[in-house]
Ligand binder design. Sequence first.
Ligand code: NI
Length: 255
Amino acid sequence: MIYIDTHTHLYDEQLNPDEDAMVQRAVNGGVAKMYMPNCDSSTVSSMLRIADKWAQNCFPMMGLHPTYVKDNYKQELDSVKQWLGKRKFYGVGEIGLDYYWDLTYKAQQIEAFELQIDWALEYDLPIIIHSRESIQDCIDIVKKKQNGKLKGIFHCFGSSIIEARQITELSFYMGIGGVVTFKKSNLPEVLKETGLSNIVLETDAPYLAPLPYRGKRNESAYIPLIAGQIATITGMPVEEVATITTRNAEMVFNK
Ligand code: NI
């Protein structure tokens, strides 16, 4: 079985101590490809170090994360733009809106999101969307920008069937991670109704580890646990979950 982790912060400090062993565990477990979303200019060098070292398995993306939109956001956006012109990236992310932590920079978050979507279109790259208490605004912006060429993932999807339907209509995908294994998750209901046609797998490591590691450090090697839970929910063999979600991820990241 071949899996793809569409969202993993392999460069996170929490993962540094056994970075190589961790990537190797994931690869050994069938997680052949790992896509790394960027946060801001301070995370680029460690992300690229991993991408260069594991060039067959680990792929960097470029973007300014909404919770990192602060007073210096224009310089940060300049840095994103420059990097996009400098080397190959596999997506623009993670970008989006976060109304949970801080609303001070809401207008700047929207500006940064829209601008980075335009760059994704310019470079023909998928976008990786972070939405927290902001999913409808994110959907509306994507709707406005969708010219038939925009593609991407609503990362860490946890909303209802209403949002899931809108995302599917936009030909976008939903990233499902460890939350699907939590008892209170509404994802089983959503997945039963939507099926897997627009679903990709992600860990969001080092955060949101699936059961039985909930609350501990997450890593890409746990992707099969997420696939296993989706198999249980949908009644599909896990091989089929792997095949469909890997094919979906390839649709997002390759032409
Ligand atoms: Ni993330």
